[in-house]
Design a protein around this ligand. Structure first.
Ligand code: B1M
Length: 218
């Protein structure tokens, strides 16, 4: 096992590579992290995701603009591709079927992809609709798959406003479907106001909450 210092050093390097949009370096550092025995999930959270947090701060300070955000996102995704197959999540007593997507008007899909990765690692059946998904597409996918859970993501205070309408549409289609919402502008309180069954602050908690809600519904 790597020392605490070695881990911290590699996380910092991964963070910096994302911030400096060095796609190839991010990929290589993530491979190195796996080779030295670092947990893949820790590398995602302490390296890649922290990098994106810093990028967000630079954007807010007008030091980075949309082109830089796109390049940083590419670096983040390059690292995630390396780490994704190695992420382990404890499976619950039951694993369900889940539809996941980013609501219409919103193209931020990094968080959604992390959530999807965690559900994959927990052996759920996943139907990923992608980003900027028309509300009707969620409803049609629910009719097609009869999924247990629908998880919707939004990163903007504007796009999240579509969620209550979508929740009504989904509940009309399948009254007992479990609906979860997430994304930076959401909160437990807003989820309740929107009529969602669950909310999760991050990708790992999303799996735990979905497992809890599904077990409670059986
Ligand atoms: Co834009 N963007 N962006 N952006 N972007 C934000 C969101 C913003 C907050 C930046 C800012 O102004 N401070 C702001 C939104 C403001 C608002 O709320 N109104 C913003 C804006 C304004 C915009 C544009 C309008 C900019 C423009 O064009 N002028 C435009 C929007 C276009 C559109 O969507 N229609 C835009 C575009 C982009 C890029 C394409 C360049 C790029 C996205 C690339 C991509 O996703 N493929 C981008 C990025 C990278 C960001 C920031 C910097 C980072 C977002 C991110 O990936 N975070 C962001 C600023 C910030 O967040 N500080 C910003 C990392 C990710 C891991 O976190 O997505 O929160 P997050 O996911 C977490 C949790 O939230 C949770 O789990 C995840 C992992 O633990 N979670 C869920 C997420 N979904 C969940 C679903 C669940 C459960 C948990 O289901 C149950």
């Amino acid at each position: 096992m790597p020392s605490k210092e070695k881990k911290a050093e590699l996380f910092k390097k991964i963070h910096d590579a994302v911030v400096e949009f060095e796609e190839e370096t991010t990929r290589d550092l993530c491979k190195e992290a796996l080779e030295v025995g670092i947990d893949a999930y820790d590398a995602v959270m302490a390296g890649l995701t922290r990098g994106m947090d810093t990028v967000g701060g630079l954007y807010e300070k007008n030091e980075y603009f949309v082109p830089e955000l796109l390049l940083c996102s590419d670096a983040m995704y390059a690292g995630l591709e390396v780490l994704r197959p190695h992420i382990k999540v404890k499976s619950g007593k039951v694993n369900g079927k889940i539809i996941i997507g980013v609501v219409e008007g919103d193209i931020h899909d990094i968080g959604k992809s992390l959530v999807k990765t965690m559900f994959e690692a927990a052996s759920w059946d996943i139907f990923d609709l992608g980003k900027d998904v028309k509300l009707q597409n969620f409803v049609e996918e629910l009719a097609r798959t009869n999924a247990d859970v629908v998880a919707m993501s939004a990163l903007m205070t504007t796009s999240m406003l579509a969620m209550p309408k979508l929740i009504d549409m989904l509940k009309a289609q399948k009254p007992d479907v479990i609906i979860m919402v997430g994304g930076a502008p959401l909160s437990e309180e807003i989820a309740g106001q929107y009529g969602a069954d669950g909310y999760a602050e991050d990708a790992v908690l999303a799996v735990k909450e979905a497992q809890r809600l599904l077990e409670a519904s059986l």
